[in-house]
Design a protein around this ligand. Structure first.
Ligand code: SF4
Ligand code: SF4
Length: 178
């Protein structure tokens, strides 16, 4: 894929995340530890390399930036103290700001529903998350059998639990939006 280069990308990422992608020496430890590497179209260490190369278009259109669960395993494994999760988070921020479309429009939608669920209750609640995602994506029935089975086995709680410090949660979201 030929894409326009952005020589300012590395600097932009550094300004947003405080991380110096140029320090990466491509050992690959971040990618081998990533729990979602099987599903990513660009592995974390390659994403860092593409930041060095200014491959902004390619990175912003990738599914990786939306599949990353921000678990920070990559960050913990980096022998060079690069916070890879923050770099990916910054790419996601830029993609949102620039209104970049992904190949699968449902990936950012799922991400939006996930964040909305956290904002509402402070915890993930499967009925809220899947209910909002399924409704907004229009894909209402494809997982209905699985949902029934999980309910039957008591794997899904119908009543969501809400964190005690909900006010603090609202404050964090407000500050983050600023
Ligand atoms: S933070 Fe993202 S990229 Fe890093 S290990 Fe977790 S899922 Fe993978
Ligand atoms: S673990 Fe760190 S140094 Fe190694 S490839 Fe990943 S970002 Fe680069």
């Amino acid at each position: 894929m030929i894409s326009k280069l952005d020589p300012g990308l590395e600097r932009e990422i550094e300004d947003r995340s405080g991380q110096k992608a140029r320090l990466c020496y491509q050992c690959g430890k971040c990618s081998t530890g990533c729990l979602f590497n099987f599903a990513m179209d660009i592995l974390p260490h390659k994403a860092i390399k593409l930041v060095q190369y200014g491959q902004k278009e390619r990175l912003l259109a990738s599914e990786t930036i939306w599949l990353c669960a921000a678990c920070e395993t990559c960050t913990a494994r980096c022998p060079n103290d690069i916070d890879v999760a923050r770099v990916i988070d910054s790419l996601r921020e830029i993609a949102l700001e620039e209104g970049i479309k992904t190949a699968d429009k449902n990936i950012p939608l799922f991400h939006k529903c996930f964040i909305g669920n956290i904002q509402a209750t402070g915890r993930i609640s499967e009925p809220i998350l899947m209910g909002s995602y399924k409704t907004l994506s229009g894909d209402l029935f494809s997982d209905i059998g699985l949902a029934v089975e999980m309910l039957r086995k008591g794997k899904i709680k119908l009543i969501p639990s809400v964190v005690k410090s909900h006010r603090e949660l609202r404050r964090i979201f407000k500050e983050t939006k600023k």
